[in-house]
Design a protein around this ligand. Structure first.
Ligand SMILES: NC(=O)C1=CN([C@@H]2O[C@H](COP(=O)(O)OP(=O)(O)OC[C@H]3O[C@@H](n4cnc5c(N)ncnc54)[C@H](O)[C@@H]3O)[C@@H](O)[C@H]2O)C=CC1
Ligand SMILES: O=C(O)C(=O)COP(=O)(O)O
Length: 409
């Protein structure tokens, strides 16, 4: 019988953007040795060349996996986003090509929250401009415009995993927490949900954004929202660069309406540490600018490396898709003694009977079967006796609506 389950050393894995060593360790410990490791992201043409024969790809927030990339990467089975955000991946295109995408939804939450709290304190004490002045030989020893965060109102926009952590830490420092979210959320501690964004902005001394990049959050914080902030209040953004209109923010820093800002994410970010960083905010001493390092701590990166690599290994070794962001989720037991067929298909009428007909027409006994569907695709996993897997795989691949079929043993 032909060997249709790929040997592990033939499974090519490309890891980009310097993911943590823990990812390599996890993959290697699971027997995967064919790993190409790159420290940066790649422009689209080089990316396509590098991953055209890859089965697994690991990225962080910088690498853009567009439809064109998925069309070119014919062997791609799965993508690991070694971060929280998955906006850099065309998830529809991935799903249509049968590529399961995984991320690490919580491993860097605390790191972002700690940074935001530190920035809030530094901004209210006017530290960024005092620090800049000291570096130039100045000595701005004054209490003018410097405040404690205790008793101040923090307005959080997006009360999810990060927003709630910020909320808890802020209350520990004696801040009043108010939040705005499009979903009704259970407030932690004494935080209160404010239903109208303008109301939140009008009462906050510190505004911090923690929303995902979505069509609805693109430029959601522009001239009008900035104008509604209290004069002298500070704005923090460690979510995505597309959320804040940077030119409007620059104008408000120029006029003094915004008292200071801490920005970690930008509409255009350099591809690597060797490229120049360009933003209109560079000219302002009271703008605390960081190079998208909200989640860049040793703890977060090590945990993310292990977490996402483990998800890729599980999907590769036994087909489990638990916590995939674009695939129906199936938790699978091990399948010793049988061959496991994995079939990803468009969710169209009649396809399940066509799949089951393959087994009944060929008199193949099904040892176990698992199915999960969403409105677009279905994922069927069938364990059968080894001797029948080649014929079954051939027949499954012929079914109209099949996106991808593979066998594991
Ligand atoms: N700077 C960095 O290094 C990092 C940045 N991030 C960014 O932070 C974002 C948030 O992360 P999590 O808290 O884990 O996500 P999450 O999904 O747990 O929370 C996001 C919250 O935003 C809310 N939301 C969505 N649209 C909204 C809108 N228009 N107005 C108000 N609220 C809205 C959601 O209902 C949800 O409660 C990520 O999507 C990612 O882009 C995440 C990690 C590191
Ligand atoms: O986790 C996220 O969404 C982040 O923004 C962090 O991205 P990074 O891994 O630092 O490129």
């Amino acid at each position: 019988m032909a060997n249709t389950s790929l040997d592990k050393d033939k499974i090519k894995i490309v890891l980009l953007e310097g993911v943590h060593q823990s990812a390599l360790d996890t993959l290697q410990a699971a027997g995967y040795s064919n790993i190409e490791y790159l420290k940066t992201s790649l422009p689209q043409d080089q990316l396509i060349e590098t991953i055209k024969d890859a089965h697994f790809v690991g990225i962080r927030s910088r690498t853009q996996l567009t439809r064109e990339v998925f069309e070119a990467a014919e062997k791609l089975v799965s993508v690991g986003c070694f971060c929280i955000g998955t906006n850099q991946v065309d998830l529809d295109a991935a799903r249509e090509h049968g590529v399961a995408v995984f991320n690490a939804p919580y491993s860097n939450t605390r790191s972002v929250a700690e940074l935001v709290i530190a920035e809030a304190i530094l901004l209210l004490r006017r530290i960024p401009e005092k620090n800049a002045s000291c570096h130039r030989g100045g000595w701005l020893k004054t209490a003018a415009g410097a405040y404690e965060v205790r008793g101040k109102t923090l307005g959080i926009i997006g009360y999810g995993a990060i927003g709630t952590q910020v909320s808890v830490l802020a209350e520990g420092l004696g801040m009043k927490v108010r939040f705005f979210d499009v979903v009704t959320k259970l407030p932690l501690g004494n935080a209160e949900q404010v239903r109208d964004l303008n109301d939140l902005l009008a009462q906050s001394d510190i505004v911090s954004l923690h929303v995902p990049e979505l069509p609805s959050t693109k430029n959601m914080f522009g001239e009008a929202q900035i104008a509604t902030m209290k004069p002298g209040a500070v704005l923090l953004n460690a979510s995505r660069g597309s959320v804040v209109d940077i030119d409007a923010l620059a104008a408000a820093l120029e006029s003094g309406h915004v008292g200071g800002t801490a920005i970690d994410v930008f509409p255009v970010e350099p591809r690597s540490n060797d490229d120049e960083f360009v933003t209109p905010l560079r000219q302002f001493d009271n703008a605390l600018l960081t190079p998208h390092i909200g989640g860049s701590t040793q703890e977060a990166q090590a945990n993310i490396g292990t977490e996402v690599a483990e998800k890729l290994v599980k999907y590769s070794d036994n087909g489990t898709t638990i916590s995939s962001v674009n695939f129906p989720e199936v938790a699978l037991p091990s399948h010793s003694g049988t061959h496991r067929l994995l079939h990803v298909h468009q969710n169209i009428p009649g396809i399940l009977s066509a799949i089951n007909r393959v087994f009944s027409d060929n008199n193949i006994n099904i040892c176990s079967q698992y199915l999960q569907t969403n409105e677009r695709i279905g994922y069927v996993v069938v364990d059968i006796n080894a001797e029948y897997s080649e014929i079954a795989l051939d027949e499954l691949r012929k079914i109209e609506g099949t996106i991808r079929a593979r066998v594991l043993f």
